[in-house]
Design a protein around this ligand. Structure first.
Ligand SMILES: NC(=O)c1ccc[n+]([C@@H]2O[C@H](COP(=O)([O-])OP(=O)(O)OC[C@H]3O[C@@H](n4cnc5c(N)ncnc54)[C@H](OP(=O)(O)O)[C@@H]3O)[C@@H](O)[C@H]2O)c1
Length: 350
């Protein structure tokens, strides 16, 4: 059986381009004991993978190995890894019978040949009784939903009456975070985006105010949106957004750092990047806390239960931008870093 896969053909210099990716055909071998072949149905497209494309690792390798997640640096020619959902079509593994729907991290391939001891990730089986779309398991019921839920409820300790600011609000995580914040009783939810069309959609799903991140000046836009200050900042962006939020946070406020998309395409080594204004943090006694989902898996069950309920009752709208065919995966990835090019979770349907 022949399968096509997308690989890293050159290391991006700054923003990724289509030329940084290649496509090739591979032969999928027969299964031996313990192995399965999966026909992939949906590929997840995530900005964090950009960090793997540099030749400098930023993650702690031992930590990653202990959590069974992807390697810190991709080699040229390596298939792009990532959360991938598919159906088992050949199996010599009782844990993953024919027809099972599974998630793995083998990445941007039409078919994946693997066993459950693969170094990339433990595979997870999907609840066959769930009536929600399968693609949701890569977004709202996957790591994006978990990041939003965990960041607000556990790490950020959201409270009723909080004024909350969410950057990358139109993204896979941000648009869910805004809705979760409202469900938790937040008094005011503010988001930022680069596109007028995305701003309208954010208002439709419950954001109270949306600021335009184009042209910078985030600090003054944020203080107009929250004249009394903010209580909680949910950060997926870093840089100017984080500096503005720290200045706008009320005394005792909390900044929750889930990502830093502004630095992902910065060609300087990460150790050379300089930080954020420290005086507001000291003078106002702020808490800044970063987190990664894979260190918090003990909360997964509680998250999945609550998110399934919210999605099933339409209390949360899950938005997707869907690309078709494996050949569109590089474009989907480039679009993550292109102002206003997408809304919600970017997904490739095979
Ligand atoms: N800690 C964790 O375990 C974890 C898990 C998942 C995600 N994350 C992080 O969370 C963040 C969001 O991820 P996601 O998958 O939700 O994102 P996404 O779907 O890729 O959306 C991100 C959005 O950010 C905006 N954006 C792009 N470049 C930007 C820039 N330079 N400055 C400001 N905004 C920019 C764009 O929206 P507009 O053009 O509409 O503004 C884009 O649609 C990322 O930093 C990601 O790495 C962390």
């Amino acid at each position: 059986m022949i399968s096509r896969e997308i690989y890293l053909s050159s290391r991006p210099n700054g923003k990724p381009t289509l030329q940084d990716f290649g496509i090739r055909a591979t032969e999928i071998p027969e299964v031996s004991a313990g192995q399965v072949v999966i026909r992939n149905l949906f590929l997840s497209v995530d900005p964090g993978w950009r960090l793997l494309f540099n030749d400098e690792g930023i993650y702690d390798e031992q930590l990653l190995a202990s959590h069974h997640v992807t390697p810190p640096v991709l080699g040229l020619g390596d298939c792009i890894p990532g959360f991938t959902l598919g159906e088992v079509i050949a199996s010599r593994n009782q844990k993953f019978p024919l027809g099972a729907i599974v998630i793995h991290q083998q990445g941007w391939q039409e078919y994946s040949h693997l066993d459950d001891a693969t170094k990339f990730a433990p595979m997870a089986t999907i609840d066959p009784h769930c009536s929600l779309p399968l693609s949701y398991y890569l977004g709202p019921l996957g790591q994006n939903g978990f990041t939003a839920w965990l960041g607000l409820l556990d790490i950020g300790n959201i409270k009723e009456s909080d004024t909350v600011f969410i950057s990358a609000a139109s993204g896979a995580t941000g648009h869910l975070a805004g809705q979760i914040a409202k469900l938790c009783g937040a008094a005011r939810v503010i988001g930022s985006t680069s596109a007028a069309s995305n701003a309208s959609k954010l208002r439709e799903i419950g954001f109270d105010v949306v600021i335009d991140r184009r042209g910078g000046n985030i600090a003054s836009k944020l203080s107009s949106a929250a004249p009394d200050g903010i209580d909680l900042y949910f950060d997926g962006v870093g840089g100017e957004h984080l500096a503005a939020a720290l200045r706008c946070l009320k005394p005792g406020g909390r900044a929750i750092l889930s990502g830093a998309i502004t630095s992902y395409n910065d060609p300087r080594p990460h150790r050379e990047l300089i930080g954020v204004p420290e005086l507001p943090v000291i003078m106002k006694g702020l808490t800044i806390r970063g987190f990664r989902v894979f260190e918090n898996m003990h909360h997964w069950e509680a998250f999945a239960k609550e998110m399934t309920k919210w999605l099933s009752s339409n209390e949360i709208q899950a938005e997707e931008t869907v690309y078709h065919n494996i050949t569109s995966a590089p474009q989907a990835f480039v679009d993550l870093f292109t102002d206003g090019a997408k809304f919600g979770k970017s997904i490739v349907k095979l």
